[in-house]
Design a protein around this ligand. Structure first.
Ligand SMILES: [Zn+2]
Length: 309
């Protein structure tokens, strides 16, 4: 069985009628997974409610100052607003964002318990969120919070984060780059939002690898990057668990970027990850063309199921 950690509650983070990061992203993915040939092998797991897991708040507070957490809470309590022009908060966004963090932590728990991959199907995404400032559709730094949580588990000394969203995970990198126990690797379109992620950045412990991709790049360019840079970097780091910031906006069909991948290419990336470890938490970041997004998640999960040992 392949775990999908998901709740319909994630649809209740409302972003407005024309916002690309919309609830329908999740329904499109759920529908596609349920229509797949292997739908009966999916184990739909509800995230642990935050009230049953007080540690969620403590984990978030390790990464984000209380003043920022309260800012999001109060903005939501007032009925909503914006933390930046791209990043709306609705009445339930705070609660949804907390449950999303809980889901990412569930992903870590599940993967460590079984030694096999899991997919966290949550929103809002997280990789642009800075410690004290939300931005780029992101409120809390899901991947960084999950990485720190993983390091508190027995036997976990090193966590790698692979971010294949088309945008650089500026928030994740800023939060983890000084931690020698966390490696961060991102492939992103050079010059795209938020215009960070230079290839020259290496982190305080040679624990950061940024691979800027030129607009128009195709799978051949990505394959070369994986073989020559991503895989050697990750293999050298020898992570005890891999967290994938799985954004799917590098698809050719995506309206927010200019990379030319096809949905099945994410199956190839998944294969690369599986050669490194089976302890992989995939967590949803971006991806805004509903069809391509849904197909790409299907490709990711399918590769994990096919390689089941
Ligand atoms: Zn993105």
């Amino acid at each position: 069985m392949f775990p999908i950690i998901y709740s319909e509650f994630f649809m209740l983070h409302e972003t407005g009628r024309l916002h690309p990061e919309r609830p329908e992203r999740l329904s499109a993915i759920v529908e596609a997974l349920k229509a797949s040939a292997w739908a009966d092998r999916l184990d739909w797991q509800a995230p642990t409610p935050v009230e049953k897991r007080p540690v969620v708040m403590a984990q978030i507070e390790q990464i984000h100052p209380q003043s920022y957490i309260q800012e999001i809470q109060q903005l939501a309590a007032r009925g909503g607003g914006h933390v930046d022009p791209d990043t709306p908060v609705s009445r339930l966004s705070y609660d949804v964002a907390l449950l999303a963090v809980s889901a990412w932590l569930d992903g870590v728990d599940r993967v460590l318990a079984t030694g096999t991959p899991a997919f966290v199907l949550a929103r809002p995404p997280g990789h642009h969120a800075l410690s004290s400032r939300g931005m780029g559709f992101c409120l809390f730094s899901n991947a960084a919070i999950a990485a720190h949580y993983a390091l508190e588990q027995p036997g976990i000394e090193r966590v790698a984060i692979l971010d294949w969203d088309v945008h650089h995970g500026n928030g994740t990198q800023a939060i983890v780059e000084n931690n020698p126990q966390i490696a961060y690797c991102s492939l992103h379109q050079w010059g795209a939002y938020p215009r960070t992620g230079a290839g020259s950045e290496r982190g305080a412990h040679n624990n950061v690898l940024n691979i800027p991709m030129l607009a128009g790049s195709e799978v051949a360019h990505y394959r070369q990057a994986f073989e020559k840079e991503v895989m050697p970097f990750l293999q050298n780091f020898q992570p005890d668990i891999l967290i994938v910031s799985a954004g799917y906006d590098a698809n050719a069909a995506d309206p927010l970027a200019g990379i030319e991948l096809q949905p099945e290419d994410f199956g190839l990336f998944t294969d690369y990850c599986l050669t490194l470890t089976r302890r992989i938490v995939f967590g949803l970041e971006g991806g805004y063309d509903l069809k391509a997004l849904a197909k790409s998640v299907v490709a990711t999960v399918e590769r994990c199921l096919l390689q089941k040992s």
